[in-house]
Design a protein around this ligand. Structure first.
Ligand SMILES: Nc1nc2c(c(=O)[nH]1)N[C@@H](CN(C=O)c1ccc(C(=O)N[C@@H](CCC(=O)O)C(=O)O)cc1)CN2
Ligand SMILES: NCC(=O)N[C@@H]1O[C@H](COP(=O)([O-])[O-])[C@@H](O)[C@H]1O
Length: 191
């Protein structure tokens, strides 16, 4: 089983996944990192760790279908079997999801369906909810609407600032995403 990680930003989840692969805690091959942003620090983390990486920046005149056709071609050329989104901030459309049906998972920093979108941690903090957490889900053609695979909740009373809450959320992500990825790839291998 061969998987790719997609990231647009800092890449701390990518690094946590890479460490789990190196410890043989994920029984699949990490083929590459993909980013839609050349400025993504996840790319630097891939370079620092000798992980192949690919970058496709979307051109302004390019349609989503044209962009994703190139992305699918690239992933299939690398023989990628499944995709792990880790802070990937582009909505995947039908072109990509048709090529990878039920083979894409995502991590989101809130207890979906609460606080979907790009700012799950801040939105929960600003609302003053008593509980928040993380969600790992299958990716479908909606936004943060795919079947939930895993959730872990925390009480927000222990975190006085947004920064403290963000740190705790990321700690949970780094702990649990590799575990769920292992379960995901093992299940695919039984298909
Ligand atoms: N088809 C899907 N693609 C993606 C999903 C998903 O659930 N279904 N999850 C996202 C990650 N994500 C939350 O977990 C998320 C990322 C970005 C946005 C967003 O609104 N982004 C853009 C729009 C970009 C675009 O049109 O492609 C924005 O900056 O406005 C919402 C949720 C990954 N992909
Ligand atoms: N809606 C998607 C979303 O908000 N994803 C979130 O982006 C962050 C990426 O951090 P990282 O680049 O350090 O892994 C993570 O907290 C992830 O849950």
């Amino acid at each position: 089983m061969r998987f790719a990680v997609f990231a647009s930003g800092n890449g701390s989840n990518f690094e946590a996944i890479l460490k789990a692969v190196k410890r043989n805690e994920i029984s699949a091959e990490l083929v590459c990192l993909f980013s839609d942003k050349s400025t993504s620090y996840a790319v630097q983390r891939a370079k620092d760790n000798g992980v192949p990486y690919f970058i496709l920046e979307k051109e302004s005149k390019q349609t989503k279908e044209e962009y994703e056709t190139k992305l699918v071609y690239l992933m299939k050329k690398e023989k990628v079997d499944c995709v792990v989104l880790a802070g990937y901030m582009r909505i995947l459309g039908k072109t990509f999801l048709t090529a990878y049906p039920n083979r894409v998972i995502n991590i989101h920093p809130s207890l979906l369906p609460n606080f979907p979108g790009k700012y799950g941690i801040k939105d929960a903090f600003d609302r003053g909810v008593k509980k928040t957490g993380i969600t790992i889900h299958q990716v479908d053609d909606g936004i943060d609407t795919g079947p939930i695979i895993f959730q872990k909740e925390i009480e927000t009373k222990d975190f006085k600032t947004l920064e403290e809450l963000e740190e705790k959320i990321h700690e949970l992500e780094h702990k649990y995403y590799p575990i769920v990825i292992e379960e995901f790839v093992r299940e695919l291998m039984t298909e």
